[in-house]
Design a protein around this ligand. Structure first.
Ligand SMILES: [Zn+2]
Length: 361
């Protein structure tokens, strides 16, 4: 974080003096009580806003894996899927690609594009570009916007949290006029910057494990499951998926993830430039949320149970049992300062508080 960042991403206090109850942030029920106790008033204000049929569009700007999807999921958990929609451009592109195998759906998309897409390619060429896309060649912005508009048309009118747009510097200009394009003319639009130390992203990526059956992501080091086992052959610990709706299943890392963030360095640098560019925008409301708090300030700002723990697994040869102990997870932020990484609920809490402020509720 540069000095400029430091100012823009203020430290946020989620601790409430006198509130000593410890909440369980790992269950839906526990989170409900937690949010109610800490920001019940703000939640009521936003609920009222949504009940009145009002909406807004919010753009998340943060590095890859900074938690955009997770924060939106928590907002949906609090306010309901009928009020809040998650719009992930990556997901849309993958789903459209999948749907193109079906001739009927392909024709439907072509018809939609013929009516709604203006750009330097024909709709057929745009579809071809999507099928043969790669990391280096981004799809034309006009095409991405047509796909987003189509998704929003299908969603019905709700508050939308957009993840993956704007994705490059050119798209920032587009995003300024986006709400007119999707008929959200009089609604506020808000930019949400997320600050997260690269060291946290690195650990998230290196230790990420995914269930091959239900695709639930967990983390061997930061977000363990109930059952952990030890593979005697490759001397590695592994997680067993918690999902009770399918058979017992070992979770695996994704190919390349063990390299950590070095493999996505270019992407991270571009994301950084995007966030910095947003700082210089005038006339749009901005919210800044941060994933980490300096260890030296943690005690006054946050409660212990809001901090991401590190799970350390040990294998006992004799009993052939894995023992897991929790300890504080301390990393260096991008400035070299010792920080704690916050769990998603306290970050979402700071987001909700700032939303209420920005909307003037
Ligand atoms: Zn599973």
């Amino acid at each position: 974080m540069s000095m400029k960042y430091e100012k823009e991403f203020p430290l946020f206090m989620t601790k409430i003096p006198g509130l000593d109850e410890k909440f369980d942030l790992s269950t839906v029920e526990g989170r409900k009580v937690y949010f109610q106790a800490k920001i019940g008033q703000e939640i009521d204000k936003l609920k009222k806003y949504f009940e009145e049929g009002k909406t807004f569009i919010a753009y998340f700007l943060g590095k890859k894996n900074s938690g955009k999807g997770t924060y939106t999921k928590l907002l949906i958990e609090i306010f309901g899927a009928d009020k809040i929609g998650h719009l992930s451009v990556g997901d849309i592109v993958r789903e459209v690609h999948e749907a193109l195998r079906d001739e009927g759906k392909k024709k439907e998309l072509l018809d939609y594009l013929k009516k709604n897409f203006r750009g330097y390619m024909s709709p057929e060429e745009a579809i071809q570009a999507l099928i043969s896309r790669d990391q280096k060649n981004l799809l034309p912005s006009e095409f991405i916007m047509a796909l987003i508009k189509r998704e929003i048309d299908q969603m019905g009118k709700k508050t939308i949290f957009v993840d993956g747009f704007p994705r490059n510097l050119d798209q920032i200009s587009y995003s300024l006029f986006f709400k007119e394009l999707v008929d959200y003319r009089s609604d506020p639009d808000i930019f949400i910057g997320i600050d997260i130390p690269e060291a946290v992203l690195d650990e998230r990526m290196k230790w990420r494990r995914v269930c091959p059956i239900c695709h639930t992501p967990r983390n061997l080091k930061l977000f363990t499951t109930k059952e952990v086992e030890f593979d005697d052959e490759d001397k590695q610990f592994y997680l067993i998926c918690d999902n009770p709706n399918h058979e017992r299943s070992r979770m695996f890392g994704k190919e390349g993830d063990e390299m950590g963030i070095d493999s996505i360095r270019e992407r991270l640098e571009l994301d950084d430039k995007l966030i910095e560019k947003i700082f210089s925008l005038h006339g749009v409301p901005k919210i800044f949320i941060r994933n980490a708090v300096p260890v030296k300030n943690a005690n006054e700002l946050v409660d212990d149970y809001e901090i991401t723990p590190e799970y350390v697994h040990e294998y006992d040869e004799q009993s052939q049992q894995v023992k897991t102990v929790e300890k504080p997870f301390i990393v260096k932020d991008d400035e070299g300062e010792d920080v704690f990484s916050l769990l998603a609920p306290p970050v979402t809490l700071s987001l909700i508080k700032q939303l209420v402020e920005v909307l003037g509720l």
